[in-house]
Design a protein around this ligand. Structure first.
Ligand code: SAM
Ligand code: SF4
Length: 383
């Protein structure tokens, strides 16, 4: 893919109080960068937790003052792909009766809505392998959620996009780690790039725009496509977000040397097409957003490992089998499914949510020697 109008960046990104560095562009041009306006180098929220006890009314707040307004709903642990950084070839999936039914998901979502949760994201596994997702979207809409997002590999998105949109879906993130058909197939082990690109077009044509495209970069595998993806963002208006490889792959082969730090991605892009932080960038969103200075598009980086955003995390997660988790990297969870199936009241579900949020740690500990990898891998939690 060609890179239009490449002008080596001669000046630094202006905003930000975070650390600066000097990168050397491929052409040998020194580029001063100061690109971290919102994050801290440490992993988390304020050091000292509030002394108060857990609130029993009001919003879902943790002991560090983080108000939880976003619910990540995994609706299946199954998938029609086997991405190398996520699954192994021989995954064992949960029995269907172990998964929450749509009625159960609706019930939990209703309680969350009553506690001030305003946005939901459907994920998995691959959410679109579960039948009737549009029915679930309509139910969530009826509960009053006006921000209903979907993260998908898009293999099945094309034919479903219109119905999902009509049911009330508002946003879509599509995962796509290569723009080269053969490489796409080797990273994802199944599926094909053409189908995914066609689905992106279809989603946009029904009004699911601007589309976000998630790219997990692996050193020596697809990191030579950073500029191709930047060019793709410039040409299509899709917001490409580069995600750091996290230690949540099912085979357990994560290696820090394989991850490409968000900062490195920004430096590489900035050296060709100068970028600047997006003003008013949502401090809560995991992605740090940057626009191209010439006004042609936007990119983001999700630096979960090297520059964690735990300090502003507002997410509560529900796994497909009904466990509440307060973090991707949590080692504790509580089964709302078991409680529901024992006949728990809404009040009891509410208390479970409050306890889960209250127990949240100030930050994940990936970078600590004592880091304990969760038992569940990414697709079993819901990314
Ligand atoms: N199947 C859907 C998809 O791929 O978009 C939704 C679930 S997937 C687990 C959600 C996101 O997590 C995707 O963007 C995927 O690329 C990302 N992901 C999976 N494993 C990851 C890992 N080990 N590190 C970083 N991101 C990962
Ligand atoms: Fe499936 Fe998404 Fe995991 Fe890829 S990243 S294997 S598409 S769940």
């Amino acid at each position: 893919m060609s890179h239009d109008g490449a002008q080596p960046g001669a000046t630094g990104l202006s905003a930000g109080r975070a650390s600066s560095s000097v990168a050397t562009a491929p052409e040998g041009v020194a580029v001063a960068l100061s690109v971290r306006p919102h994050r801290t180098a440490s992993s988390g929220a304020p050091d000292s937790p509030a002394a108060a006890s857990m609130p029993v009314t009001g919003a879902l707040v943790d002991r560090y003052g983080r108000v939880h307004s976003d619910l990540r709903l995994s609706i299946t642990d199954r998938c029609n792909l086997r991405c190398v950084y996520c699954m192994s070839e021989d995954m064992t999936f949960q029995a269907r009766e172990e998964l929450l039914t749509f009625d159960e998901i609706e019930r939990v979502s209703a309680v969350a809505r009553s506690l001030g949760v305003t946005s939901v994201r459907l994920t998995g596994g691959e959410p679109l392998v579960r039948r009737g997702v549009e029915d679930l979207v309509a139910r969530l809409r009826a509960l009053g959620y006006d921000d209903i997002a979907l993260t998908t590999n898009a293999v099945r998105l094309g034919p479903l996009a219109r119905r999902l949109r009509a049911a009330g879906l508002t946003r879509v993130n599509v995962s796509c780690d290569s723009l080269r058909p053969e490489r796409y197939a080797s990273i994802r082990r199944r599926g094909d790039l053409a189908t995914v690109l066609a689905a992106m077009n279809e989603a946009e044509s029904v009004g699911l725009a601007p589309l976000k495209v998630n790219v997990v970069l692996l050193r020596g595998v697809n990191d030579d496509e950073v500029l191709d993806f930047a060019s793709f963002a410039r040409e299509t208006g899709r917001v490409v977000r580069f995600i750091e490889f996290m230690p949540l792959d099912a085979p357990g082969q994560w290696d820090r040397g394989q991850l490409i730090a968000g900062r490195e991605v920004l430096e590489r892009i900035h050296a060709v097409w100068p970028i600047e932080p997006v003003d008013g960038s949502d401090h809560v969103a995991p992605a740090e957003r940057f626009r191209f200075r010439d006004g042609r598009g936007e990119i983001g980086v999700i630096s979960s490992v090297t520059e964690p955003f735990c300090g502003t995390c507002n997410r509560l997660r529900l796994t497909a089998d009904g466990s509440l988790r307060n973090c991707l990297f949590a080692n504790e969870e509580s089964s709302v499914r078991d409680a529901l199936r024992r006949g728990a009241s809404d009040h009891e579900i509410e208390q479970m949510m409050r306890r889960a949020v209250w127990a949240k740690h100030p930050g994940h500990a990936i970078n600590e020697p004592a880091f304990l990898r969760p038992h569940r891998s990414m697709s079993m939690i819901g990314g």
